[in-house]
Design a protein around this ligand. Structure first.
Ligand code: HXC
Length: 317
């Protein structure tokens, strides 16, 4: 069903900004990434989204395609970012069917709240594998295409003027702000997101000379997302909102607008950066773990698991 434009894109951008551009996105069926891709498709891009769940990924692709009549959006399911071969096949198919990969969004992530005591080695590894290795695998699978696009869309360094073909050769890693101050029950995610940030910075300096830019978008608390469902216990919502400087949660449109900024000519000299889109949330205290049943350090001392959140834990039966 078509989503109203105002839900995922502000009026600041002109239609056709990304005509003839192709975006490849992992985690593209998720709430945040699908809005990022929907915005780019609305503005002219074609897209390929990949994910683990076949039905969900294919349905999301069809839905995103409604953002612009005539758009091509491919949904490739059964792709686990932990498996480099899955990603390589998906990236190659994207380039073959859509003609190129100009932009990449590495958005697949895993998260749940658990203390270090409650984390098994495999639980810690699962998040590191999805977030850090998954981002690395995404990068490796798409780099040849990004380099090709960067070359084709190079800014003339003498003038310096944007390419008449528009921008290309850009990657965004979706990270978080959790590791800036750290927070309890998020050691696995803090370590993973710090790794993603470091990877992006390395890409910026190693591939800048080849015309590729690399940046991080760090979303804060974004409403109606699986991430927030997993991180914010329902009984702490009110006290949490009081701690938010702008008095509201972020929206997926806030993240989509930041994506358009980085991928269009407005972002052509921005690389190796972290764009925090969080309403100054992280500058306040460590957020959700200050109230209700999550009182610090009471819950840690009790040894009980974190209550009232979607855990994401699979049933063993
Ligand atoms: C403790 C847990 C757990 C929990 C899973 N595990 N959930 N341990 N508390 N709540 C453990 C399991 O017991 C298992 O360890 C290990 O983690 C792997 O679990 P599986 O279910 O077998 O793994 P898998 O199917 O690969 O799933 C990965 C996952 C899952 C990360 C655990 O939650 C997932 O697929 N998530 C993807 C979607 C997601 O998380 N979206 C939110 C992203 S939001 P054992 O030892 O038992 O084998 C986000 C926002 C960041 O990233 C910050 C925003 C501000």
């Amino acid at each position: 069903m078509p989503v109203p434009k105002s839900d995922y894109l502000s009026d600041s951008w002109r239609d056709g900004l990304f005509t003839n551009k192709v975006v490849f996105c992992t985690g593209g069926a998720g709430t945040i990434c699908s809005a990022q891709v929907r915005a780019l498709v609305h503005l002219g891009a074609d897209a390929c989204i990949v994910g683990r769940n076949v039905e969900k990924t294919e349905a999301a692709a069809k839905d995103i395609a409604t953002a612009r009549p005539g758009s091509k959006v491919i949904g490739i399911g059964a792709v686990d970012v932990r498996k480099p071969d899955d990603l390589q096949k998906a990236a190659d198919r994207c380039a073959k069917e859509l003609g190129a990969i100009d932009f990449v969004i590495a958005g697949a992530a895993g998260n749940f709240l658990a203390s270090i005591n409650q984390l098994s080695v495999n639980a810690f590894k699962s998040v590191i594998d999805i977030d850090v290795l998954g981002s690395f695998n995404t990068l490796k699978a798409t780099l040849p295409y990004l380099i090709e696009s960067g070359k084709k869309h190079a800014v003339d360094s003498k003038s310096p003027k944007p390419s008449p073909l528009g921008p290309g050769g850009r990657i965004i890693f979706v990270s978080a702000t959790i590791h800036y101050r750290t927070m309890p029950f998020q050691s696995h995610v803090a370590v993973a997101k710090a790794g993603i940030d470091a990877l992006s910075h390395s890409v910026a300096i190693e591939f800048g000379p080849l015309g590729v830019t690399s940046n991080v978008i760090a979303p804060g608390p974004i409403g109606q997302t699986e991430g927030l469902e997993r991180l914010l216990p329902s009984d702490t919502f009110e006290s949490y909102m009081k701690s938010q400087p702008l008095g509201r949660l972020g929206t997926v449109r806030d993240i989509a607008d930041a994506t358009v900024y980085l991928f269009s000519d407005t972002g052509s000299y921005v690389t190796g950066q972290v764009l925090v889109v969080d309403g100054a949330s992280w500058r306040m205290s460590a957020g959700s773990t200050t109230g209700g049943n999550l009182s610090y350090p009471d819950l840690l001392l009790s040894g009980q698991p974190v209550p009232n959140v979607k855990t994401g834990r699979r049933s063993k039966i």
